[in-house]
Design a protein around this ligand. Structure first.
Ligand SMILES: Cc1cc2nc3c(=O)[nH]c(=O)nc-3n(C[C@H](O)[C@H](O)[C@H](O)COP(=O)(O)OP(=O)(O)OC[C@H]3O[C@@H](n4cnc5c(N)ncnc54)[C@H](O)[C@@H]3O)c2cc1C
Length: 448
């Protein structure tokens, strides 16, 4: 957010009022929903209530990947919804990436660059996972969009140490998350939407008189949309709907052209390895390298604690990992580190729903792929609310319901077990070149 537009605080809700749609949370989901509602139906009364400031959640903190991927892989989606519907979803996600690009241009937000996406196998221990991912893309009918590169070809795109192979897709882009969320909020206001900051919603009321309740008054509406992603867990009705998982990021100082050239980094490419514990790298518009990954432990009772964002072991691990990836850049210093919470549904599949009878609209469950998915979900929800039938309103995520996570203490025990086992399997693959079998209990529990 640091180099997004300077933040001018918006006042809190001045008192009780009535609108057509009240949205809780000014992240991407809430703002895309508001933006599309107002574009589809100018004059609609839309209010967005934000507890902190615009983009305070994951939307203002993410790793900038804007890709047509979901956390659920193409194989799982095809098995679940059929190959044709899974392909429809992939195409809609590709369009969502482009829609974000179009919006960045239309609303003069900038920061968007379609530099592609590359998955790399670092070390022989990651090769089986890379090959299996490619097989899945091919079987899903996406072989053309995800090309397997030889080691030589891959090094030409990005010279990563211990590279054993890569999959490249041109369908990925990078955004500037801070500029996007701030720019989107400004666009919503230009279209007539109202955004109130410093306005915590204490209850979401559904039924005959949908509303959002705050300490400053009640906003009644035809439809109420809790656009809260990981913070849904703080609302009693959705406490077990997702798992809040921390993702942490470290950012280098800006690189010179020569430094970027030393590793062949020529465009804003999104890169990730096949590590089970998830890593992701990207290049920012001011030419810094962003290194992100999971690893901070899950907190009992799905608690969201700001302190977890500074989990020093994970931040140290990310910086070491960066030096292993790019030995010629080992002398670079890191200037920023932060983290945030993302939301993982029990079956890895996001959902968009509108229940007219209770006046509840929902869009959530993107895990670490919410940049493009929230745009698709928000747009789809806006179309459902305004009674439009489009190629999006029949997608398989519409009306989908994921099962709830287990109650505590089972949830804590299970999640901590999976987290520790996956990191042990990663270490074994890195040190001994022994690939994960895919058959351990932890891998099967985490499979998607
Ligand atoms: C560190 C990190 C890196 C990530 N990297 C990527 C990436 O590279 N690519 C990708 O696609 N996805 C990534 N994600 C995921 C992506 O950022 C999210 O899925 C997406 O931003 C979710 O948007 P949202 O609007 O649904 O939720 P949020 O952005 O979390 O917005 C929810 C908002 O609700 C507000 N709120 C909470 N409680 C209340 C309340 N009671 N009353 C009023 N307001 C409330 C919060 O303050 C917040 O602003 C990442 C996530 C994290 C944390």
């Amino acid at each position: 957010m640091e180099d997004a537009e300077p933040h001018l605080a918006r006042p809190p809700l001045p008192g009780s009022t009535r609108v057509d749609v009240v949205i809780v949370g000014a992240g991407f989901t809430g703002l895309w929903t508001a933006y599309h509602l107002l574009r589809i139906q100018p004059g609609l009364k839309v209010a967005v209530l934000e507890r902190e400031t615009v983009g305070f959640g994951a939307s203002g903190r993410n790793g900038s990947w804007c890709v047509p991927e979901l956390n659920a892989g193409p194989g799982l989606l095809a098995r679940r919804f059929g190959r044709g519907r899974a392909l429809d979803l992939y195409r809609a996600m590709c369009d969502s990436v482009d829609e974000i690009g179009r919006t960045c241009e239309r609303e003069v937000i900038g920061g968007f660059e379609k530099g592609g996406m590359m998955l790399v196998a670092r070390g022989r221990g990651q090769l089986p996972a890379l090959r299996s991912a490619h097989r899945e893309y091919e079987e899903a009918g996406l072989g053309d969009a995800y090309r397997m590169l030889s080691t030589g070809e891959a090094r030409g795109v990005l010279d990563v140490a211990e590279l054993e192979g890569a999959i490249f897709s041109p369908n990925g882009a990078s955004v500037h998350p801070g500029r996007l969320v701030v720019g989107l909020a400004a666009a919503v206001e230009r279209l007539g939407g109202r955004i109130y900051e410093g306005t915590p919603v204490t209850a979401v009321v559904t039924g005959r008189q949908p509303a959002a309740t705050t300490p400053f008054g009640k906003v009644s509406a035809e439809v109420v949309v809790p656009a809260l992603e990981a913070y849904l867990t703080e609302m009693p009705d959705w406490h077990r709907s997702v798992l809040p998982i921390y993702s942490l990021i470290d950012l280098t100082e800006p690189l010179t052209e020569a430094q970027l050239e030393s590793v062949n980094w020529r465009q804003r490419l999104c890169v990730s390895s096949m590590r089970l514990t998830v890593d992701y790298l990207a290049l920012t518009p001011d030419r810094r390298i962003l290194v992100g990954g999971r690893g901070a432990p899950y907190h009992f009772g799905s608690a969201i604690e700001a302190g977890a964002e500074g989990h020093s072991l994970t931040h140290r691990g990310l910086r070491e990992m960066f030096r292993e990836w790019f030995p010629p850049l080992a002398g670079l210093s890191f200037t920023h580190s932060w983290g945030g919470v993302l939301a993982m549904p029990r079956d890895w599949i996001p959902q968009v729903r509108l229940d007219r009878r209770s006046g509840l609209g929902l869009a959530f469950g993107y895990t670490g792929h919410g940049v493009a998915t929230s745009c698709l979900a928000g747009r789809t929800l806006a179309e459902l609310v305004t009674d439009r039938q489009t190629e999006r309103t029949s997608l398989p995520i519409v009306g989908h319901r994921s099962p709830s996570w287990e109650p505590e203490p089972l949830r804590w025990l299970g999640v901590r077990y999976v987290q520790s086992q996956l990191s042990r399997l990663d270490q074994r693959a890195a040190q001994g070149g022994r690939p994960p079998s895919g058959r351990t209990l932890a891998e099967r529990l985490a499979a998607h």
